[in-house]
Design a protein around this ligand. Structure first.
Ligand code: ADP
Length: 163
């Protein structure tokens, strides 16, 4: 199949996301990273900031495009002619929800979901955990790209000491 989408919040992108993305690029001719706009959930970074960071860290991957989307993922896929959704599975806790979503999406438009097992070195990694540890002063270098680490450190500092 020529095209796929890797959807998510990416607040911020981690090395776990990038591993799944790189592996998706081995399977598909083109991969769109789709950042979900969720007005109900305030992130550490705005959607535009997340898209910018993703674009910067994937600049050397010519078959990757980064965009944001609102509404249903299946509608985004239909508009773009994207044939598959790629998801990483970290643990059984991911599986229940992801299976339900995959079955619903298949029912809605017939789009297929491809599950890739998380790499063992990143299977504990989630954006929320990275933010929590970084906010507590823990060392998260090596879990996110250096550019993301810089921006996260700056943002957390601004939050602690507003100008
Ligand atoms: P989270 O906030 O839980 O990190 P996102 O919504 O940003 O999740 O993640 C988008 C998708 O990326 C998830 O559905 C999951 O499939 C995948 N993913 C996230 N973290 C990892 C990881 N460490 N290893 C493999 N896949 C991951």
């Amino acid at each position: 199949m020529p095209t796929a989408v890797c959807p998510g919040s990416f607040d911020p992108v981690t090395n776990g996301h990038l591993d799944i993305l790189a592996r998706a690029c081995e399977l598909f001719e083109h991969v769109t990273v789709a950042v979900l706009v969720n007005d109900a959930k305030q992130g550490l970074f705005s959607v535009d900031e997340r898209v910018d960071m993703l674009r910067m860290v994937t600049v050397d991957q010519p078959t990757v495009t980064v965009e944001s989307f609102e509404g249903l993922l299946v509608d985004f896929c239909r508009r773009r002619g994207i044939g598959a959704i790629v998801k990483g599975l970290r643990a059984v806790t991911d599986f229940d929800y992801e299976l339900q979503m995959a079955q619903m999406n298949a029912r809605l438009t017939g789009v297929e979901t491809v599950f890739l097992p998380a790499a063992p070195e990143w299977s504990f990694l989630a954006s929320s955990l990275v933010k929590e540890v970084a906010a507590g002063g823990g060392d998260v270098s090596g879990l996110v790209p250096p550019l993301v680490l810089d921006q996260m450190t700056r943002r957390l500092h601004e939050r602690r000491e507003p100008a």
